[in-house]
Design a protein around this ligand. Sequence first.
Ligand code: ADP
Ligand code: MG
Length: 325
Amino acid sequence: DTLVNQIAAGEVVERPASVVKELVENALDAGALRVDIDLEEGGVRLVRVRDDGGGIAADDLPLAVSRHATSKIASLDDLEAVATLGFRGEALPSIASVSRFSIASRRPDDAHGAVLAVDGGRVAAVAPRPHPPGTTVEVRDLFYNVPARRKFLRAERTELGHIEEWLRSLALSRPDVELRVSHNGKPSRRYKGGGALFSDERLNETLGGEFAKHALRVEHEGAGLRLHGWIAQPAYSRASADQQYLYANGRAVRDRSVAHAVRQAYADVLYHGRQPAYVLFLELEPARVDVNVHPAKHEVRFRDARLVHDFVYRTLHDALAETRA
Ligand code: ADP
Ligand code: MG
């Protein structure tokens, strides 16, 4: 089974940033409002994610690291309308098969916590371990037993950069959650929690005051679709192809057609040949968006792509045109 998990890891785990993503998403699925992320050497030596979520019963720890044992999907109907971030039940077993892994947890009502270690896929016995309510997952020495994969890891700075970029994208969509990051023992980032969705404060924390100052707020609803967020106006001078954030029902996604709609609206009203910076949240009925396209879940498929494209184009076109009038 270790081999199967290692093969799956090839899909799910590319680099430390993928580990951070899977662990933090699990924390959020467990209802965490505060997540601490400790990293060493760009996450290659250590990724430790601690949350204050609902925790896992000691007896269930072995399940958490076995394949396809998700607690989040009960039926095929659920699969059609997944609301949680994870749902395949393969992240933890995959990660645990290519690292020195441990998961410690306690549910708020349990008297004692417990820990389960997995070394390169070999699962140890559950042992008692004091732990505050919530969960801590430690991933050490990523790919230590898969040299062919380890070879593709980049310099510490580069790996850290990927982690920070993913966290920024997450922070934008979850201003209610406090995120603290440390790297090599020093605090490196902190996003304050408790914020409301669509709040200027989180925008400031993530993309900076310049973006916030020049951002046009957009909010529009129609045809069962809702778009809200910000698009930068031309006075925002930063080259901004790297500041394009799109979310579908709260998940960070990439979609060529929506990206095109934004660029086209921007070009038609304002300038050609410039990349607009934006943060846009698209809300629609879960059944109208397919997130099962790829395990990494960045790509989505909209059931009515044309409608979504035109809605985004029209909304931004009108909002931008109004600022010119
Ligand atoms: P998935 O998220 O797709 O269900 P994972 O492999 O990521 O699969 O996690 C397996 C299971 O372990 C989850 O379904 C959940 O029950 C449990 N789990 C993992 N991380 C946490 C956490 N931080 N808090 C509570 N439960 C967790
Ligand atoms: Mg998961």
